[in-house]
Ligand binder design. Structure first.
Ligand SMILES: [Zn+2]
Length: 493
């Protein structure tokens, strides 16, 4: 498998201006069910191939591994597998391969499977049988590809991968091995998706969304004390307020000061979730089983124990006594612990989480008016006096900039944070509010992911426009064609 050679080969190949990059010599790995090694081979090649060119996983034609391969960045598969398997009286399925001789029932509901029984097929002449099995194999392959495209569209590809990898223990090894590459995969993962995050097992703990949230949490500035709450219905902040119940003290016991305290919910899989930002995707748009597995409990305990080191006093809700494996014996009885909701504090926390710590203070200064939806009660528009600063997107609670918001954000964060820098030639187009194409981008914030709000500036950091990124930073760097940013407005006078 020789990973260093794979990397070198991919690097050299990427210098060619090819229409397609093949990843080959993987058939022996797949034939022998060495899917774990397959993941290393493919990922080590992918990391060194350009993102703007299709990658063909040579010899991979089994629908059982399509979802996994797509998650790793493969675009094309083998076109002969369906007939080769049919030649051998083998029927493909996303659950594995069925030998005709072992079949009592047909494996799907395609035309062939609906019309014939395994006995019918076995009684047929070889050629007729082969053609019918091939027809079934093709049907199954195309159905899986359609399902994968739908999953990409709605943002549930990893859920599909985790489901498919339950078909064989060797595939489960593959998805576990893939978790070693989460940092690479995260760079391509949109921050917000149409579908909710579903926890399907311990493998879900290693997904991009979890890593991303925990990185944000580790980097956030912390208040003096921390109050840790058990999960309620989601969004937590809708159901948690006022008196919070009984608490234990962990760490140095002191007075309770609500203003100098972070309030967070402890839950699977994200660990700790600040109450102010809990409506952001995927923190509320996620579902986990009520019966927790040992891996996920260990996982949140591990995160908890590292995270609380920076706090002076940690107040843990009594209902978390069984969840946390720390010694809790000292009850906090000095006063009632309360949580007071505050829209402006919430908005500042969301802005900090979204744009970087400190952004909230600059973005939301002045005489802040919050307009809420009459129907849902959710925050919709945020003004300073009568000037619109940001809107809140109903689907995922991320902030969407207005002209004033873009100016404030530009002043609040340092170059190149939240920025896409365009070359001189495209300046007038950006000022005019025209969309930005990848090839005109000279630099951008490496933390940009598709659907993020971005500032469009020139090389002297003059604010030209603002809009929504259609790609992630690595893709903007790599792509030579196509739109990168859908511009919302330009700053032409
Ligand atoms: Zn069928």
């Amino acid at each position: 498998t020789f990973m260093d050679l794979r990397q070198k080969c991919a690097s050299e190949l990427s210098k060619l201006d090819a229409d397609l990059y093949p990843i080959g010599a993987v058939v022996p790995l797949m034939e022998s069910y060495h899917y774990k090694e397959l993941v290393d081979v493919v990922m080590n090649s992918m990391m060194h191939l350009p993102d703007n060119t299709a990658r063909h996983l040579m010899g991979a034609g089994h629908p059982m591994i399509f979802a996994l391969a797509v998650a790793m960045g493969c675009d094309l598969f083998d076109s002969a597998a369906y007939i080769l398997y049919a030649e051998d009286d083998r029927l493909l399925s996303t659950r594995g391969t069925f030998k005709l001789e072992n079949l009592q029932e047909m494996p799907c509901s395609c035309e062939v499977c609906s019309k014939y029984t395994p006995d019918d097929l076995r009684a047929m002449p070889k050629k007729q049988r082969r053609d019918l099995i091939a027809q079934h194999n093709l049907h199954v392959s195309f159905a899986e590809l359609r399902l994968i495209r739908q999953a990409i569209y709605e943002g549930s590809l990893m859920e599909l991968v985790e489901e498919r990898c339950r078909a064989h223990p060797a595939l489960l090894d593959a998805v576990r091995q893939l978790s070693n590459y989460t940092e690479d995969l995260e760079k391509y993962d949109p921050r917000s998706k149409k579908s909710a995050f579903f926890y399907t097992g311990a493998e879900s703990l290693k997904r991009s969304e979890v890593l991303r949230h925990q990185q944000k949490m580790t980097a956030m500035p912390k208040k003096r004390d921390l109050v840790v709450l058990p999960p309620s219905r989601k969004p937590y902040s809708k159901f948690i307020s006022g008196k919070l119940g009984e608490f234990y003290v962990y760490g140095n016991k002191g007075e309770f000061d609500g203003e100098n305290t972070d309030f967070m919910v402890l839950d699977v899989p994200f660990g700790l979730i600040p109450l102010e930002v809990d409506e952001l995707y995927p923190l509320s748009q996620s579902a986990t089983p009520k019966i927790r597995d040992k891996d996920s409990l260990e996982f949140i305990n591990q995160f908890f124990s590292e995270f609380i080191e920076d706090y002076n006093q940690v107040l843990v809700h009594s209902r978390l006594k069984d969840t946390l494996d720390i010694e809790l014996s000292d009850k906090f009885e000095d006063e009632e612990i309360r949580y007071k909701k505050d829209d402006v504090r919430k908005l500042k926390a969301i802005a900090d989480y979204q744009f970087g710590w400190g952004a909230g203070e600059s973005l939301l200064k002045g005489n802040i008016n919050v307009e809420k939806s009459k129907k849902t009660g959710k925050i919709r528009h945020i003004y300073d006096g009568k000037t619109l600063i940001v809107n809140m997107r109903a689907s995922d609670s991320y902030l969407v900039l207005s002209k004033e918001g873009a100016k404030r954000l530009h002043g609040a964060c340092e170059y190149p944070k939240n920025r896409v820098v365009v070359n001189k030639d495209s300046e007038p187009f950006a000022l005019d509010g025209k969309s930005v194409f990848s090839k005109f981008v000279v630099e951008c914030d490496e933390n940009i992911r598709s659907n993020d709000e971005v500032l469009i500036v020139n090389e002297d950091d003059r604010l030209l426009a603002f809009g929504k990124s259609l790609l992630s930073a690595v893709e903007i760097d790599n792509f030579q064609t196509g739109q990168a940013i859908k511009t919302r407005k330009g700053f032409k006078k």
